[in-house]
Design a protein around this ligand. Structure first.
Ligand SMILES: [Mn+2]
Length: 248
């Protein structure tokens, strides 16, 4: 008997501003949950485990063992020390514990040959872990890429062109309008990653590593799923990658 693939979504933590002020909520934007469910996966949220805790490796290994696929979700800027840089003034809020947790998730998922989809921060994290580089803010770019910073939206904000021969080209076609909600830019893809999609100004927006069943995008496809058949295809493809692991 086959079952739907279980997709773990890396969580963030949000302070309570109501009755339980002083406590925190572990969670994700519900668009991730709905996108996974709509594509035929079973969404589960993976709460941040403090890597320094004695039980961290056991807990995070158990999370990866329990899922068929991993989505590394959006959130805080990655601490520059994580990719060997000093912090610059325009860096946003960071959360080094989550960086370390997400790195554990990614490395364990790769080791276990589980499908991985990185989104926004997850895209940047994958590139950083694999040795890529990140610009800490669009203002540090030599060219004007400021239009990549927009309010989160399901609307298309820029055109991403997909490189021939890539998986993204197969799934999304030659080009696709996507939203854009990032103030940092991957300037060098990580080791082993193919740059699959770029905007006309040269910003890297999609990478893939088929050997690792790893896909990552700088935009937020989960927010576009209700209106975009293309983004529904992207999630469906990711679910099929996860499924191929779970039934093999
Ligand atoms: Mn963009």
């Amino acid at each position: 008997m086959t079952r739907k693939p279980v997709i773990g979504i890396s969580g963030s933590r949000i302070p309570d501003i109501g009755v339980f002020a002083g406590t925190n909520h572990d969670g994700v934007n519900d668009a991730y949950v709905r996108a996974v469910a709509a594509a035929g996966g079973i969404p589960v949220i993976l709460p941040v485990i403090r890597p320094a805790d004695d039980s961290a490796l056991t807990l995070v290994s158990g999370m990866i063992a329990a899922v068929d696929g991993l989505i590394l979700s959006g959130g805080h800027d990655i601490a520059p020390s994580f990719y060997g840089k000093a912090a610059l003034p325009e860096l946003g809020d960071t959360w080094p514990e989550r960086d370390a947790f997400d790195k554990m998730l990614l490395e364990l998922a790769i080791e276990a040959k589980k499908a991985v989809l990185g989104i926004c921060r997850g895209f940047q994290l994958i590139n950083a872990v694999l040795g890529g580089d990140l610009l800490q803010d669009v203002s540090y770019s030599e060219t004007d890429v400021s239009h990549h910073v927009e309010l989160a939206s399901s609307m298309g904000r820029h055109v991403v062109r997909m490189k021939p021969g890539t998986l993204f080209r197969d799934v999304l076609g030659a080009h696709e309008d996507t939203n854009s909600y990032h103030h940092q830019i991957v300037t060098r893809a990580g080791n082993g990653l193919t740059v699959s999609g770029q905007t006309e100004d040269g910003v890297i927006e999609a990478v893939e590593h088929i050997g690792l069943k790893l896909l990552a995008v700088q935009w937020h496809p989960e927010m576009m799923v209700p209106e975009s058949p293309s983004m529904r295809r992207l999630f469906a493809y990711f679910i099929s990658l996860a499924q191929s692991r779970s039934i093999s």
